[in-house]
Design a protein. Structure first.
Length: 267
């Protein structure tokens, strides 16, 4: 299963003047296509730091979505940082510039106006970049080395991300089978479940266990939720052939300990 990284750039998100609308969207977008979000970073509008993190990301070799900082105001540094990270110059992309020319003409801006010349800076990409079309206003994003740079505005970035997936990764959709099983174990300390987790991962290669403690409280519909662990297993690829046997074994051993097993937790 292919993993994607996500970089969400913007002081306004880090400082709380805008709420992040990207993480939940990208997670759902990828999972709905049988893909997976592997890592998320929130980064400020700082050119040196962005270049450092992008350099590391390029060296990882994993595809990445990057949102924010590709505008043309002094606080936008992502285009320049990407070029720095790759040790290439920024160059004006003729197709991106033509789209901006058409946009400005439609808004009545003359080619020599300061507003248009500033806007044209958004067509300056790291050398070797390919356009990502922007269906909202035609000001393109860009991709290079499986990194996909888009505006911070969700109304622009989200359709652009869908275009990227369907253009470059459609053959990877749902290409790897995956599965998961879980239950709630009320009043169960993690220390008691840890030996079972070790056993399952040793006995069933490729099966991964998880334990998510919850301190309890009230659910959204007013039900009282006791302290509990959400315990489960997950598998991908060939390991899915083992998931039913591993889960039956897990439930049997839990029952032998007298654990309370809640198969359908309250909402």
């Amino acid at each position: 299963m292919i993993d994607f990284n996500l970089m969400i750039i913007g002081d306004e998100i880090l400082h709380g003047s805008r709420s992040d609308k990207h993480f939940a969207f990208f997670k759902q977008l990828l999972e709905s296509r049988g893909l997976r979000l592997g890592q998320v970073q929130y980064l400020p509008d700082n050119r040196a730091l962005l270049a450092k993190q992008l350099r590391r990301s390029f060296s990882d070799g994993l595809p990445a979505f990057i949102t924010g900082g590709i505008g043309a105001t002094p606080d936008d540094h992502t285009r320049q940082a990407a070029a720095d990270a790759l040790d290439v110059p920024l160059v004006r992309h003729p197709e991106a510039a033509a789209l901006i020319n058409s946009l400005s003409a439609g808004q009545g801006s003359s080619p020599g106006s300061p507003e248009h010349q500033r806007r044209l800076q958004m067509a300056d990409f790291p050398a070797g970049s390919v356009l990502i079309p922007n269906s909202y206003n035609s000001v393109a994003g860009f991709s290079i080395r499986s990194h996909y740079f888009m505006p911070g505005f969700p109304v622009m970035a989200h359709p652009m991300a869908e275009w990227v997936l369907h253009t470059y990764y459609a053959d990877r959709f749902h290409s790897v089978r995956s599965g998961q099983r879980s239950v709630w174990l009320p009043h169960m300390p993690e220390s008691r479940i840890a030996p079972l987790m070790d056993y399952l991962e040793t006995e069933y290669p490729g099966i991964h266990t998880f334990s998510l403690p919850n301190l309890g409280g009230c659910s959204s519909n007013g039900n009282t939720v006791p302290p509990h662990i959400e315990f489960g297993i997950k598998a991908a690829g060939n390991a899915c052939a083992l998931i039913d046997a591993a889960w039956a074994d897990a439930l049997k051993q839990l029952a032998a300990t007298g654990a309370q097993i809640v198969r359908h937790p309250p909402e």
